[in-house]
Design a protein around this ligand. Structure first.
Ligand code: ADE
Ligand code: ZN
Length: 321
């Protein structure tokens, strides 16, 4: 690999970085048996029809994560790979409800992740932020309870997000928890316009007041929405290999990224769940360069956008640009 472009990763689910090798090691350490005979068997299951078919495997596999050390090991393994891929700053999602629902306290998750993240500037040359996501296919009450459970740890959290099954779970369902988060001084992001319609992006903006939209590719179906996103320069964290593997697009060559750039949108390129989708940050840059013919200048602009759209303070952000 040629020297990768320095970049920020703004759309990365830490549970989606769980590689088969670590999954088997953690299962063994925790006395669990995975329903796969080998790592190759598991990899063979990475063929998805849509978002839900991926989520089923994603939630099943992450049950190997039990202890604070497990979460620290997971994050440290990601940071090692991220640095090799040119990542200098990572804003990392985690799904607390996917762990608390099976008896792992939110403090165990946050302390484990934070241990690896705290060591990252010195160990990996990467700064980080944590984004706590709520599962939109769970109830609004569950999101509120989870937020209150996490309250003692909020100094570790920069933003809240919204993820999981988009269709049938519109953003407005979570208005209250987003209000609480904003009152607590947190930033807000939400997955919208991945599998769901442009209406979800409007709601994320106007009801939840998000600072960034995760994915947002289906915004291109609504010219008024495109105009709004362009006028406000709302960052969109686009994940090309994810869109391909989850069949949001049939071929990478059909991806709307070039049209989004032409429309003047504030686009960034990210990896989403790299263990499952066949590529980390630089792999996504390489894939769009090859499939969409993006030139070096455009790739550098995408990398610059990633720092500009980050939640770093102005002074720190300048040091990356
Ligand atoms: N959780 C992990 N990856 C996701 C994605 N691509 N969309 C929604 N929820 C997710
Ligand atoms: Zn995502």
């Amino acid at each position: 690999m040629a020297a990768p472009i320095p970049k920020a990763e703004l759309h990365l689910h830490i549970e989606g970085t769980l590689e088969p090798e670590l999954a088997f090691a953690l299962a063994e350490g925790n006395g669990l048996t995975l329903p796969f005979a080998s790592q190759d068997d598991l990899r063979a299951a990475y063929s998805f029809q849509d978002l839900q078919s991926f989520l089923d495997l994603y939630y099943a596999l992450m049950t190997v994560l039990r202890t604070e050390d497990d979460f620290a090991d997971l994050a440290d393994a990601y940071l090692t790979r991220a640095r090799e891929q040119g990542v200098r700053h990572a804003e990392i999602f985690f799904d607390p409800q996917a762990h608390t629902a099976r008896g792992v306290p939110v403090g165990t998750v946050i302390r484990g992740l934070a241990r690896a993240l705290d060591a990252a500037p010195e160990k990996h040359g990467i700064t980080t932020r944590l984004i706590m996501c709520f599962l939109r296919d769970h109830s609004a009450g569950s999101a509120l309870r989870t937020f209150e459970e996490a309250r003692p740890h909020l100094e570790r959290i920069t933003a809240i997000g919204l993820d999981s099954a988009e269709v049938g779970n519109p953003p407005a369902k979570f208005r209250e928890v987003f209000e609480l988060a904003r009152e607590a001084g947190l930033k807000c992001v939400a997955h919208a316009g991945e599998e769901g319609p442009p209406a979800n992006v409007w709601e994320a903006l106007d009801v939840l007041g998000v600072d960034r939209v995760d994915h947002g590719v289906r915004s291109m179906e609504d010219p008024k929405l495109v105009a709004r996103l362009a006028a406000d320069q709302v960052p969109l964290t686009v994940c090309p290999l994810s869109n391909l593997r989850l069949r949001v697009v049939d071929r990478l060559a059909d991806h709307p990224l070039p049209a989004m750039l032409d429309a003047g949108l504030m686009v960034t390129v990210n990896s989403d769940d790299p263990s499952y989708f066949g590529g980390y940050a630089e792999d996504n840059f390489t894939a769009v360069r090859e499939a969409l013919g993006l030139d070096e200048e455009t790739l550098r602009a995408l990398a610059r956008n990633s720092f500009q759209a980050s939640f770093l303070d102005e002074t720190t952000r300048e040091t990356y640009l």
